[in-house]
Design a protein around this ligand. Structure first.
Ligand SMILES: C[S@@+](CC[C@H](N)C(=O)[O-])C[C@H]1O[C@@H](n2cnc3c(N)ncnc32)[C@H](O)[C@@H]1O
Length: 274
């Protein structure tokens, strides 16, 4: 759900609740009744707009929690601190719909096995988070080079510090969409369903024909994966794509894919989509 729509629902629910319980009843209702009514209306609006269930829960709890937090009498600086800390971690998540969660150990093992064994490769992790995965890969494959790109300040800083002793790891603070993929042998992406159509388009246009795109958990709609690795217990599915050019498996479909605008693709669906 877009931030603007979520705030609009909250705002309208407040107006309705205040109008109904302050100005049309005598004596005017207290804040607790107003908040209960506001939460109910906001939840109902969210349900009516077919928002995912977790958004309905957020709408139900949002205002009651604000009022409860005010009653706790916590110094405002702590809220500012919490806001800054969360912003430093989640940064542009409200726009990108890609939160921070990390590749687990079992998936990292499967990824290591999926890497070309017979030659050294240069792998980029698009949105490398805290860089744990790169650290693990770099220690297991000292012959390869690893680059991480991360735009959120705190995960980026942690990734820099975690990998500072590894000569074969480079961590960059950058927007993954501004990165040219042509220089990498393997592109790894563990993002969310939302950016996958755009990533598929970008990869098809920029990646070398012998390069490999490995997508953790989220497929690229409209493209067939060359291989799906989904066997190891506890590991998430890995979708392996190549863009082999004129006679490649994905050539026709890539050509047919509608251009994907830089904005968040509306058609994407799944975990984080509306
Ligand atoms: C699901 S996490 C994956 C972390 C890591 N790759 C792993 O597998 O453990 C996705 C990361 O992508 C980052 N991210 C999202 N959009 C980005 C962008 N446009 N540019 C750079 N990083 C981005 C997020 O901040 C988040 O840390």
């Amino acid at each position: 759900m877009h931030l603007f729509r979520a705030l609009t629902i909250q705002f309208v629910a407040w107006i309705v609740a205040i109008f109904a319980l302050r100005y049309t009843v005598t004596p005017p209702a207290g804040i607790v009744s107003i908040v209960i009514m506001q939460a109910g209306i906001a939840g109902a609006f969210a349900l009516a707009s077919r928002a995912p269930r977790w958004w309905v829960i957020i709408h139900l709890l949002f205002s009651p929690l604000i009022i409860a937090a005010r009653a706790l009498d916590v110094a405002p600086v702590w809220y500012l601190f919490a806001f800054l800390a969360l912003s430093a971690v989640f940064w542009s998540t409200f726009r990108s719909r890609v939160p921070l969660f990390l590749t687990n150990q079992a998936t990292a093992r499967a990824l290591l096995q999926a890497l070309p064994q017979e030659r050294a490769v240069h792998l980029v992790d698009l949105g490398c988070g805290t860089g744990e995965l790169l650290r693990r890969l770099a220690m297991s494959r000292p012959d390869c080079r690893f680059t991480g790109v991360e735009n959120a300040p705190l995960p980026w800083l942690i990734a820099r510090l975690r990998n500072r002793n590894l000569d074969n790891v480079t961590i960059r603070r950058d927007d993954l969409w501004s990165l040219q993929l042509g220089g990498f042998d393997v592109v790894y992406a563990f993002l969310s369903p939302v950016p996958m159509p755009r990533l598929g388009r970008k990869a098809a246009l920029e990646m070398r024909r012998d390069a490999l795109l490995i997508a953790n958990s989220f497929e690229i709609p409209g493209l067939s994966a060359d291989t799906v690795i989904d066997g190891e217990p506890g590991a998430r599915a890995l979708y392996l794509y190549t863009f082999a050019g004129r006679h490649g498996k994905n050539d026709r479909k890539v050509a047919e894919m509608a251009p994907v605008s830089p904005a968040v693709p509306a058609a994407a669906s799944g975990l984080l989509a509306e």
